[in-house]
Design a protein around this ligand. Structure first.
Ligand code: LLP
Length: 419
């Protein structure tokens, strides 16, 4: 199943925008991540349209796909960025984003990361604990600076997604418990090197039902009112990321309009609010495919077929880690015959699969397969396990394409090792 309109078949050949995938692979080899620029922009447009009547900053969550070429696409479209580390700050600045559009989330910000972010002049820190707040205040004081912060609330709302990717439930490590929120805002507002400017929440990832956003925003709006009454002015309401995409035929795409109404409706009577969105997956997932070459087709004695390809969990860990489903399709359609097979990689682990019991078109050795919807949490979660190098990354723009990250060499595998 392919949802992205820019990834389609033409005369049985898989195309990304105006380019045949096979042509790209002939030049760059496999495995390869290939992305469609127009798909990124189309997804972004949906969100922009849905929020056009509101003051909103879309801060692309670069953890989803952090190649600077891709970050730049969003920056050039006016986006801010959501970051979670010093490394991401570095990437963000390399992509020439306006630092006043960077929001910094995450529970473990180090002193170095905080210092660098204050010096860069970011929009705000999404603070996740009292100790973090104190640290930011101390560093702000040593830099003679007032650090802008928002407090991340853990609203105790069930995002109804995979347990590994929920973040706004009581047992999650993220944010400040509802019971402590007001106190920490009061504390922050008295700190001399802190400027309280926002409130933040992130419920989890891959939400296909937008209702939990509505639930969380009611809670957040309640806090904003109470804080305003106490003269603690909240300008930014950061709603986090989490908007899901349909990986499976039977999954309904989320209504972005409904998402926008559920977020904004609780703030109708609160003036002066700018919404901050931190979408990752929604912007990039459908724009990417991971192309692999079939190495072997192996049947066991128990009626099971394995299609062994030159990529696997080391390049796309979503299937074993979250039970993530990605449909796997041929790069050139040859037959209507369907086979059932596990598509697996070369790694010495039984968790190394891209799909189990997949219904594939008949495949043969040396055929090319594309794993779809891999533009989010694909390459960024890749590893060098078993000393495999990372795949090449390619960006397609209309009728042209360019390599945006070279395939690594064997020498790259030894980078940093001292002998
Ligand atoms: N903001 C914060 C604070 C986050 O922690 C995340 C994702 C996002 C925004 C972006 O969320 P998105 O819009 O992409 O759902 N590796 C998992 C997903 C982990 C998400 C982590 N946080 C996966 O492959 O499903």
């Amino acid at each position: 199943m392919i949802r992205a309109p820019h990834i389609y078949y033409e005369k049985n050949n898989l195309m990304v925008e105006g380019v045949m995938v096979e042509k790209i692979i002939n030049e760059v080899g496999t495995p390869a991540y290939i992305y469609s620029k127009s798909s990124f922009i189309d997804q972004l447009k949906q969100l922009k349209d849905a929020f056009k009547d509101y003051s909103a900053i879309i801060c692309y969550s670069i953890k989803a796909c952090h190649n600077t070429n891709i970050i730049k696409i969003f920056v050039n479209e006016g986006c801010g960025l959501d970051i979670v580390s010093g490394g991401e700050l570095y990437r963000a600045l390399k992509a020439s984003v306006d630092p006043r559009k960077i929001v910094y989330s995450g529970v473990g910000k180090t002193s170095r990361e905080i210092t660098e972010s204050i010096n860069a002049g970011i929009l705000m820190f999404n603070v996740e604990s009292e100790q973090e707040l104190e640290r930011i205040n101390r560093i702000g004081s040593s830099l003679n600076n007032k650090a802008p912060v928002s407090i991340r609330v853990n609203p105790g709302v069930d995002a109804k997604t995979h347990p590994y990717i929920t973040t706004g439930m009581k047992e999650n490590k993220f944010g400040i418990d509802s019971g402590k929120v007001i106190d920490i805002f009061r504390l922050a507002s008295k700190m001399s090197n802190i400027e309280v400017c926002g409130i933040d929440v992130h419920l989890g990832s891959q939400l296909l039902n937008p209702k939990p956003y509505g639930e969380a925003m009611k809670i957040i709006a309640g806090y904003v009112k109470q804080l305003k009454d106490e003269n603690i002015d909240i300008r930014y309401v950061d709603v986090g990321g989490g908007l899901g995409i349909s990986y499976k035929e039977e999954q309904q795409a989320v209504s972005v309009q409904e998402y926008a109404s559920l977020i904004t409706e609780s703030f109708i009577d609160i003036p002066g609010i700018t919404f901050i969105l931190e979408p990752g997956r929604f912007l990039t997932a459908q724009a990417g495919i991971l192309v692999a070459r079939v190495q072997y087709v192996k049947d066991n004695l128990y009626g099971k077929r394995f299609v062994i390809v030159d990529t696997g969990m080391h390049h796309l860990i979503r299937p074993p880690l979250y039970g993530g489903y990605h449909s796997i399709i041929p790069v050139r359609k040859k037959s209507d015959v369907r086979i059932k097979a596990d598509v697996v990689g070369p790694i010495c682990e039984s968790t190394d699969f891209l799909g189990k019991k997949c219904l594939l078109e008949e495949v043969y050795q040396d055929d090319l397969l594309a794993v779809t919807d891999t533009g989010a949490y694909g390459i960024v979660l890749a590893s060098h396990y078993n000393s495999h190098s990372l795949p090449v990354e390619v960006l397609v723009d209309g009728a042209g394409f360019k390599i945006i990250r070279q395939k690594e060499t064997y020498e790259d595998l030894l980078y940093g090792e001292l002998t």
